[in-house]
Design a protein around this ligand. Structure first.
Ligand code: ATP
Ligand code: MG
Length: 241
């Protein structure tokens, strides 16, 4: 992408995650609102170049269900990634989502994943905070792990426990589309009920325990009396085993 840093006006801080901060910004020449994610990365120039080159594939992604990518750049030891601004924020901000709405969202999420998989791109971090909505009614996926080098560099700097990971991923076996569907199942369960499926374990014990419970295949099942058989069945089929 070609973003001129000097044409970008910071509006406000939107939020922050494990590794960085996200700002709302105005790109003055085109009067476009953008979300700029800034992550501190202490990597050398060659690694910076690799990351920017790998992110470039996002320019080719064109789907209603994928966040638009405007470009990325380094200033000293910080990378800025500029994407489409979504005025509804992310799904982790909504609590329980009514089934009728959630099912429509699920269709878009699956469309987005199928599109990216067709380009041989895996998301690698499906969870409510990486699903964005806007007041036009769009639902879009963000934060695809397209740059192996970026994923690696972030992992070296920040330690976090990803509780949406599938059993085979925790066990460091092969990662693929089935692992993404696992994360989608956990995500849909959480959005349908307003509660993370492994919450009790997560609250009561250390994070290592939740990983063990996931590995043992303790998969979330939606209560049949509250949700339609279709949604219950969909979520029940997400686990790989
Ligand atoms: P983690 O760091 O654990 O992955 P996260 O996904 O919440 O958590 P970030 O990706 O840094 O962390 O995003 C921080 C917040 O910024 C998100 O929760 C979301 O609400 C908001 N956000 C991110 N991208 C956009 C966007 N394109 N438009 C609007 N809001 C966004
Ligand atoms: Mg995110």
């Amino acid at each position: 992408g070609t973003i001129n840093v000097h044409d970008l006006q910071q509006v406000e801080l939107i939020g922050h995650g494990n590794g960085g901060e996200v700002y709302k910004a105005l790109y003055v020449p085109s009067r476009t609102l953008m979300a700029v994610k800034v992550i501190q990365l202490d990597v050398d120039i060659e690694v910076q170049k690799t990351i920017l080159a790998e992110l470039d594939i996002l320019c080719k992604c064109n789907s209603e269900a994928i966040i638009g990518f405007y470009g990325a750049y380094f200033i000293e030891n910080r990378i800025s990634i500029c994407t489409e601004y979504m005025d509804g924020g992310s799904l982790d901000q909504y609590g329980r989502i009514p089934e009728e709405i959630l099912c429509r969202m699920a269709v878009r999420i699956v469309q987005g994943l199928l599109y990216m998989w067709s380009l041989k791109i895996l998301h690698r971090d499906i969870k409510p905070s990486n699903i964005l909505v806007n007041t036009r009614g769009d639902v879009k996926l963000c934060d695809f792990g397209v740059s192996t080098q970026l994923v690696k560099s972030i992992a070296m700097t920040f330690v976090g426990t990803n509780v949406y990971m599938s059993p085979e991923r925790i066990k460091a076996e092969n990662y693929g589309a089935p692992s993404e569907i696992w994360s989608l199942g956990v995500t849909l369960f959480e959005l349908a009920t307003g509660k993370f499926p492994f919450k009790e374990i997560l609250m009561a014990e250390n994070p290592g325990t939740v990983m063990n419970v996931i590995i043992e295949g303790n998969t979330p099942v939606l209560p049949q009396d509250v949700f339609s058989p279709e949604l219950s069945d969909f979520v029940a089929r997400c686990p790989t085993h």
